[in-house]
Write a protein that binds this ligand. Structure first.
Ligand code: ADP
Length: 687
């Protein structure tokens, strides 16, 4: 009796898949299944009971009683028929009377089965095997007996379901363990230090890279407060910071990567980059910090800055040395040209004029190089003050007018059409930029060309928001768009080297640097043959609402006291513009170091803004004194300086009380973020 498609259950393939999941086919006997077979035989009072599973070909007996049967080809079994039933049990009260089974080998041969009752065992709706009872004589089954057999089959199903769940659980555990193993391996072999802390700041895990970075073994730090890895004042502030973050969700490091300082086991400090993320696992909040040592980067930057400084110093010394003989060349050539007592011959005059022109060119070069070197070394000081654009433009136009007249170039001043704008700038430096652009517009114009000068209000240009722009457009030769970058490379004259127009190729480099150092932006548009449009922008003063101070202000400023120690009234006015006027912020001023220390001691401000270059006591000395006094030692300080030189920055950064070192001209966004960092370290406002 080979199995036909008709004798196969409709869900045959799903049934086989379920059987496979159970991992039970062909396995050894197990007492719990044996018991079911035994109970079935006893309750139904039959000699034979079997619990079997059936795969595509074979019936395999898992539990048996009254017969020593292990396997049978599927097609020789009654059970294969039981599997195809949609419900209930297959009942053969007398096998010899059923034409399907009368000639079955187990009926005609030993053990001579005459009675059979089999219940399919279903897992997730698929029949994977049967629980059956058999007798060698015909008999009937009472309803109660049939129910008992069904219940025993259901019991077998329960056991199998539990088995399936145990298998799935084991597999999930295995997957989880191998994932955990993989993650652990990644964690341990990662090049960056990975440190996990709980909401109390206690270290929960510390990978090998972290061990190497900080010089601690994981076992030494686990459970300890993470502030162990930070120098003062961050170590003291950390608990409060964490607590405040959890309360207000106001983040300074979490979710944001930043540079901080670390402390090794031996007490030494090093700069590191820290990225912290918040993770929720098993209902608990943890913070994972990824740290990498950036000492090498710092050293490289310091070395580069030192090299740059050395180059700038060399250039400026060279320029000074050159100026002395140059003055003699210019002076004596002028004397020769003007001498009436011994007038020069025509040829001699032409030669001396050439010497004088070349000397002047050289002097212009030397001056430009000197300026550039000073800017690059951060040694050019700016005195930022509110500058009326009107005055700036009038003074520059007056100077450039003779040059324009000489060349027949007309300058159209449209700046009067714009509202009167005021910017924060160093007047002389801003004028230098405007003059450079105007004289270029004259020099590189066509004969009888035109220049249009406009003032662009904030929003009328593509530069930074809140800034005013000055636009100088000419009708000159224009610049190839592909060569625009070259404009800002020193000594690059874009082909003018061979021409008649005098120049050094440094003017625009200097102009852009000056504008950027004053917080503005330099923009160029040009088309060859059509002319060029240069725009430079500068931050507007608050009075003409050019700076959107409101948007920059951070909520932490409310209720705080800020002490500014600065001898330059212009800087104080600027701070007033930025910080004053806001309800709840109290600004204290000290024009001298001594007064600053006095005010700091008396008023205990939340943060001190300290100009490093003070007359009398040096800013570093002020820092020292503040640090030594109990009343002032924990007040965070932001240093302000016009000195961006590497040495000054490095010296300042090593100071424990220092939150930030900002170089002038101040950028409002950097100042605000430094303030917010400083305030996060200081106490909460009392109000
Ligand atoms: P310089 O005028 O002394 O050569 P700059 O740095 O001011 O130096 O300008 C660099 C070069 O840029 C100039 O040599 C010139 O080729 C080009 N350039 C500057 N301004 C203009 C302009 N308005 N139109 C066309 N070319 C210009």
């Amino acid at each position: 009796m080979e199995p036909t498609t008709k004798s196969l259950p409709l869900d045959e393939s799903a049934r086989l898949a379920t059987l496979e999941q159970l991992q039970i086919f062909g396995t050894d006997p197990e007492p719990r299944y044996d018991l079911i077979a035994k109970l079935a035989a006893r309750f139904l009072q039959v000699p034979i009971a079997l619990l079997s599973f059936i795969d595509a070909e074979t019936l395999c007996v898992k539990a048996r009683t009254g017969i020593d049967l292990k396997k049978l080809p599927r097609h020789q079994t009654f059970c294969a028929h039981a599997l195809t039933l949609p419900q209930g049990c297959l009942l053969l009260e007398d096998t010899q009377k059923d034409p399907r089974f009368a000639n079955h080998p187990l009926v005609v041969g030993p053990p001579g089965i005459r009675f059979y009752a089999g219940y399919p065992i279903r897992i997730n709706g698929h029949a994977v095997g049967t629980l059956c009872v058999m007798d060698t004589k015909p008999r009937t089954l009472t309803a109660e007996e049939e129910q008992t057999l069904g219940e025993l089959a259901a019991m077998a199903e329960k056991l199998l379901m539990a088995r399936l769940q145990a298998i799935e659980y084991r597999e999930a555990m295995y997957r989880q363990e191998s994932l955990a193993g993989e993650l652990k391996a990644i964690l341990e072999t990662a090049a960056a230090g990975i440190i996990r802390i709980d909401t109390q700041g206690r270290i929960q895990s510390f990978n090998r890279a972290a061990e190497r970075l900080f010089g601690y073994r994981a076992a030494e730090v686990l459970g300890k407060n993470v502030s162990l890895l930070m120098p003062s004042p961050w170590a003291e502030a950390h608990d409060g910071y964490l607590e405040r973050y959890l309360r207000t969700r106001e983040a300074h490091i979490i979710g944001i990567g930043r540079e901080v300082r670390g402390r090794r086991a031996d007490g030494s400090e090093f700069p590191l980059h820290l990225a912290v993320s918040e993770v929720q696992s098993a209902g608990e909040t943890h913070f994972i910090g990824i740290v990498s040592d950036i000492s090498a980067l710092h050293e490289a930057m310091e070395a580069a800055q030192r090299a740059n400084q050395a180059k700038s110093e060399f250039l400026s010394r060279m320029s000074h040395e050159l100026r002395t003989p140059l003055n003699a060349i210019l002076g004596f050539s002028q004397l020769l040209l003007q001498s009436t007592r011994e007038p020069l011959g025509e040829r001699q005059r032409r030669h001396v004029e050439q010497i004088h022109r070349s000397g002047q060119h050289l002097l212009a070069l030397v001056n430009d190089v000197l300026d550039l070197a000073r800017i690059e070394a951060g040694r050019l000081s700016f005195s930022l003050e509110p500058v009326a654009l009107r005055t700036l433009i009038d003074e520059a136009l007056e100077l450039v007018a003779p040059l324009a007249d000489e060349k027949g170039i007309r300058i159209h001043d449209h700046s009067r059409d714009a509202p009167p704008g005021r910017v924060w700038a160093d007047f002389t430096r801003a004028k230098q930029v405007l003059l450079n652009l105007l004289s270029n517009a004259v020099k590189y114009n066509r004969p009888d060309g035109e220049i249009h000068l406009r003032v662009l209000t904030p929003g009328e240009h593509e530069g930074p928001a809140g800034q005013w722009g000055i636009e100088i457009a000419d009708t000159g030769i224009g610049i190839d768009p592909e060569r625009l970058d070259e404009l800002f490379q020193p000594f690059s004259r874009l082909g003018q080297e061979q021409g008649q127009i005098e120049g050094t190729g440094i003017g625009l480099v200097i102009s852009r640097q000056l504008v950027e150092q004053m917080g503005g932006q330099f923009i160029v548009h040009s088309q060859p043959g059509e002319g060029s449009r240069f725009i430079f922008t500068l931050p507007g003063t608050a009075t003409n609402s050019a700076i959107d101070v409101q948007n920059l202000r951070l909520p932490t400023l409310v209720g705080r006291t800020i002490l500014a120690i600065d001898d330059n009234p212009a800087n104080l006015t600027l701070l007033e513009q930025i910080l004053g006027g806001e309800a709840g912020v109290q600004l204290l001023y000290a024009p001298t170091a001594a007064r600053g220390i006095e005010l700091a001691t008396e008023r205990r401000p939340d943060v001190i803004l300290l100009d490093i270059h003070l007359p009398g006591i040096d800013g570093h000395e002020v820092l020292e004194r503040l640090h030594r006094q109990a009343e002032t030692e924990s007040i965070p300080v932001i240093a302000l300086s016009a000195d961006a030189s590497a040495e000054a920055v490095v010296k300042a950064e090593r100071h424990p009380r220092l939150v930030a070192y900002l170089t002038k001209p101040l950028r409002l966004d950097t100042l605000m973020s430094a303030l917010s960092q400083a305030l996060s370290l200081s106490q909460e406002p009392q109000t």
